[in-house]
Design a protein around this ligand. Sequence first.
Ligand code: NAD
Length: 460
Amino acid sequence: MTPMPTLCIYNPATGALITEIAADDATSVAAKANAARAAQPAWAARPIAERLAVIERFRAALLREIEPLASTLTHEVGKPISQSRNEINGLIPRLDFFLEQAEGAVRDQHVFDGGGMHEQISHVPLGVVANISAWNYPYFVGCNVIVPALLTGNAVLYKPSEYATLTGQHITRLMHDSGVPPALLACLVGGADVGRALLAQRIDGLFFTGSHATGQRIAQVLAPRLIKLQLELGGKDPSYVRADADPLAAAESLADGAMYNTGQSCCAVERIYVHADVFETFVEHFCRTVDTLKAGDPMDPGTTLGAITRAPQLAVLAAQVADALAKGATLRRGGHPLPGPGNGFEATVLTEVNHTMDLMREESFGPLIGIQKVHGDDEAVALMNDTRYGLTAGVYTRDEAAARALLSRVDAGSVYWNCCDRVSPRLPWSGVGDSGLGLTLSAQGIQTFTRPKAWHLRSP
Ligand code: NAD
């Protein structure tokens, strides 16, 4: 008999084994996919008020259990406990948005009536959708898909990251306790092999959050099947500080944008361009702000720099630092892994950087930032657009008209004026180029879980 597969879950801050849990295999994935398909029509037939009530109960459960949920998240991904609480609290306005908007977003539209002809558009659930997701914000990236997919009448096969599985199981349990039929939302436990087994099932849509490399592999597998595919991928998000900006306020905002969640945010600030007039003041204050970060036990409420969740990323960060230094960069802060146990890396700031360096071209996904001096808007825009990614981009300036003009020239899904590292449920979340395909959030991020059906109705 083949032994049941298991998944070991480690604490990235200590290296200790947290637990070993039963994982899925191809057989169990197929069984869950079949059960989800059988359960979906009855769910879609329920009045939307019932589906909304389920999400209301899920919302209440999250707030009731916030402490144990935050603790689990911190233990398995190494996120500082205050930031784990922030993530769960931050999910609430997203749920509120979906609760307020879902009904209207998929309401039938009557678009024409004349000459005995009536035209209307209805929104039909896709059916069974798969959600393969990342570990860095598991509540956000999981629920951006699960919640609108369920509200619009779909079944969901949810594969959380192998690095955030306990949180994925909690989300699934709370959904079931709130009234989602167990077969309708299944949690698939495991790594890439389980993800691949999921792709082999009959699914009607794949919603993925993760790296560009994995997204591309998934797109290749699914291409012949012509099913809906959404990919929310990585970034190398730039920000530009103009000569007229307040360099101190910009430094504080951007240090937070680069280092929050230990730099492991898809929309973390990854490159900064600063006008020569304010460069030294900015860099000095940026470094002073970084000095206030506190590494340590992520369960300690005072810790603000957590663990690197995936151990192999430590070598990526070290290699980017070495490459930059070899090409002439100056190390202003950090640059090294923190002494173990666990996966720590110092908050690292480099200047005298340029685009020959990996640090300015490849996603770092850690507490590492390059700050480059520029001499004007055109140079800054050219550098910001010199990337294969396009998730977010920002500018700091006192001049709104200049900001709007600049941001309209930057190729990114989201653009920011005097802010960064920000996601709003009211706005579409999407990427340009290698940052992805499709979108979540906003009313369109609800409709995306349906297909439009066109009705041509002629009165006899
Ligand atoms: P990853 O690509 O390593 O893994 C993502 C998911 O894909 C995991 O669940 C993994 O098990 C699964 N997987 C891996 N190989 C697979 C395969 N061949 N077939 C099917 N599934 C497979 O990414 P990660 O390390 O979990 O996440 C970090 C990345 O996610 C970063 O690049 C980050 O920028 C990106 N991200 C993007 C957004 C966004 O909204 N754009 C949000 C969060 C994270």
